[in-house]
Design a protein around this ligand. Structure first.
Ligand SMILES: *Cc1c(COP(=O)(O)O)cnc(C)c1O
Length: 377
């Protein structure tokens, strides 16, 4: 049996006619950049995420970058974030000239640990603490970070909160949607995200009218009015084709999320029934509405061998992420050492993502669990 990690072709077959229609409409209009389809999507996403505003941008990475630019974070400023995330989270901080300050994660959720954030801020030299401007919690794998605590820390220390919600569209924390809690919510339409386009794209949500206006100006090189620049922005525009496709997919998102949640539940039951609970840990749902961008298992032993075995037996699986960011070569200058963030380092060495996409069939989940059982037998 073949079980790919993700099957976008299966999903496409279910929405093909609608996608071809909107694509043709856009071709006929020859209106490709921003415009009515982008504006419509912005309204729909703001609504879906319970935020007042949304600004379509060129990618999830650019959503992070533009948010940092909108609050003038730059050279010499410091930004707290997690080392256990996709590279873009910390990459964006460095690209505006600021310094990422890494803090270890909670072992249950893999999200930023508020207690450790408190401790790091407390331990900072006064001069460094003065340059601390923002915190970027990542809602990893589709589950929200501990946002009550993040918001308390932000308030106590006067920090901007940028939610990296690239993997978490529609996920909730205490009934609040990801992207509606901090100052900014950054989303990605990369094809493998739960709401993916047919190319790159992203969007920023915010509840602040001022920040909304600022983002829209910076998205077009900072020109306001056009060709008059009191600030430097960039080309961060979303194109109409991506907006058109994402709008169509958004109508199905809740249904797809439900299927992902059901698949996760099936895994949990089958893993328990297979007697595998002592060799692997399944995702811990701490906050409500986990949207399962990934279904992550953690194994104590032989993770890399398990991965090879599954791939050899036609089960797609992947390691997110094999090297935590504080140990990446490009960040060597920050001076972090191996062993400094033990929870992140353990996760990088022991987790594995299994297929959980909405179109996955029950017999495929049964097959995956059978293969894991075979490996550990
Ligand atoms: C995918 C992702 C991004 C970047 O999004 P792109 O659209 O690929 O630029 C940023 N942060 C996290 C956590 C992601 O998963």
């Amino acid at each position: 049996m073949q079980v790919p990690l993700l099957d976008l072709k299966a999903q496409y077959q279910t929405i093909k006619d609608e996608c071809l229609k909107v694509t043709e409409d856009i071709y006929e209009s020859q209106y490709f950049i921003l415009g009515p389809h982008v504006e419509q999507l912005e309204k729909e996403i703001a609504d879906y995420c319970s935020a007042k505003y949304a600004v379509g941008v060129s990618s999830g990475t650019d959503a992070l970058l533009l948010s940092l630019m909108a609050v003038n974070i730059g050279h010499g400023d410091r930004v707290i974030t997690t080392p256990y995330t996709f590279f873009a989270t910390a990459g964006a901080v460095s690209r505006v000239g600021a310094i990422p300050v890494f803090v270890d994660i909670d072992p249950d959720t893999y999200n930023l640990s508020p207690d450790k954030v408190d401790a790091v801020i407390k331990g900072m030299p006064e001069a460094d603490r003065k340059t601390l401007k923002a915190i970027i919690p990542v809602h990893l794998y589709g589950q929200c970070a501990d946002m009550n605590e993040v918001m308390r820390i932000a308030e106590d220390n006067n920090l901007v909160v940028i939610e990296d919600a690239a993997q978490a569209i529609g996920s909730e924390y205490n009934g609040k949607r990801a992207g509606s809690i901090g100052d900014f919510g950054c989303f990605s339409f990369f094809p493998s995200k739960n709401l993916g386009g047919f190319g790159d794209g992203g969007i920023i949500t915010t509840n602040s009218k001022d920040l909304y206006e600022k983002l829209k100006i910076l998205r077009v090189h900072g020109g306001h009015p056009k060709y008059y620049h009191s600030q430097i922005g960039g080309n961060f525009r979303l194109d109409a084709l991506q907006a058109g496709i994402v709008s169509i997919k958004l109508k199905y998102l809740d249904q797809w999320t439900k299927s992902r949640q059901e698949n996760a539940e099936k895994y949990k039951i089958l893993i328990k029934e297979a007697g595998l609970s002592h060799v692997l840990t399944v995702p811990f749902e701490k906050e409500n509405r986990h949207i399962y961008n990934q279904f992550i298992i953690q194994v104590d032993e032989r993770r890399d061998e398990l991965k090879d075995f599954l791939i050899k037996n036609n089960v797609g699986c992947e390691i997110y992420y094999p090297v935590p960011l504080h140990l990446q070569k490009c960040f060597a200058g920050l001076g972090y050492l191996s062993g400094e963030f033990p929870v992140s380092e353990f996760a990088a060495g022991h987790t594995l993502a299994l297929p959980v996409y909405p179109e996955l069939r029950e017999e495929q989940i049964v097959y995956v669990v059978d293969q894991i059982k075979k490996f550990y037998a």
